[in-house]
Design a protein around this ligand. Structure first.
Ligand code: OAD
Length: 259
């Protein structure tokens, strides 16, 4: 494994990326950090440094105090609504146009990849801007939700049901279709990026290892070391936006030279 601070993908890996049949990009909270959305595990600014997940991100917490949980998510929704994709999100849109096939699997719930224009995106942990009934789990359209309300609106489906954010809480199963698409993309890919994730939460953390087992080289983009770093062909120690902007310009130049 090599570590770089100059944000460049090494030449051998650049060649493999250019020729890849299928590229998997796994993203975590670090991908959205430069859009102003806090990460989870940063010791000072991370969400879980300030709040106890058991009190806010579990079905039990919602059952015990739906107003409190709803208000906390409304504050996070406001941050997400006010955020914009950064140049790294746009670089991934450009990368999809250069390589043969690119699938983004994200743990982020902010929808920033799609807002930037990425099309093949699997959201493993749901989407914070969507809501669903907490009893039937059926989707509740935004027309039912008053922005910045202090209490969850009643579900239109089930007596006693309330709207809750359509995100995966601790102890809950991940959305089956997204997990299946992610596993398929990991098995199929012949190049894998892991960007801005501590690689501690399963099953996301296993996807790059699965890709690796299937022969794909792994490139980690993260200012910090993670448990995945030892498995990477290259670790680029920089922020997602500056690294991805460098990598897309390298890739476009390599494509021009190959023509
Ligand atoms: P974490 O908060 O655990 O990790 C964020 C990672 O991003 C760390 O490794 C940072 O070093 C890195 N990072 C910070 N700024 C960065 C930047 N500008 N560019 C690149 N990397 C940067 O977030 P996740 O690994 O995504 O789950 O957390 C996984 C899951 O744990 C989340 O989806 C959430 C949480 O509990 C649910 O809510 C279900």
């Amino acid at each position: 494994m090599s570590e770089t601070a100059n944000f460049k993908l090494n030449d051998a890996l650049l060649g493999r990326l250019l020729r890849a049949r299928s590229v998997l990009v796994l993203t975590g909270a670090g991908m959205s950090a430069e859009s102003g959305i806090p990460t989870f595990r940063d010791a000072q600014t991370g969400i879980w440094a300030k709040f106890r997940p058991q009190e806010l991100a579990t079905p039990e917490a919602f059952a015990a105090d739906p107003d409190r949980v709803w208000r906390w998510y409304e504050a996070r929704r406001k941050t997400v609504r006010e955020a914009n994709p950064h140049p790294g999100h746009h670089a991934l849109v450009e990368m999809a146009a250069v390589v043969n096939e690119l699938h983004i699997v994200t743990q982020n719930v902010d929808g920033l990849h799609q807002r930037a224009g990425s099309t093949h995106v699997s959201e493993l942990h749901g989407n914070i801007l969507r809501s669903k009934c907490h009893l039937s789990l059926r989707p509740i359209g935004s027309e039912w939700i008053e922005e910045s309300s202090q209490s969850p609106p009643r579900s239109p489906y089930v007596k006693g049901g309330l709207a809750r954010p359509d995100v995966v809480w601790f102890g809950e199963a991940l959305p089956t279709a997204a997990v299946e698409a992610a596993i398929e993309a990991a098995a199929r890919c012949d190049f894998c990026f892991s960007i801005g994730t501590t690689s501690l939460v399963q099953p996301a953390a296993s996807l790059p290892l699965f890709a690796l087992e299937h022969g794909a080289p792994l490139v980690e983009i993260n200012p910090a070391q993670t448990p995945l770093s030892v498995h990477a062909a290259q670790c680029i120690r920089g922020k997602a936006s500056e690294v991805l902007v460098t990598v897309i310009s390298q890739l476009k130049a390599a494509k021009r030279e190959n023509k």
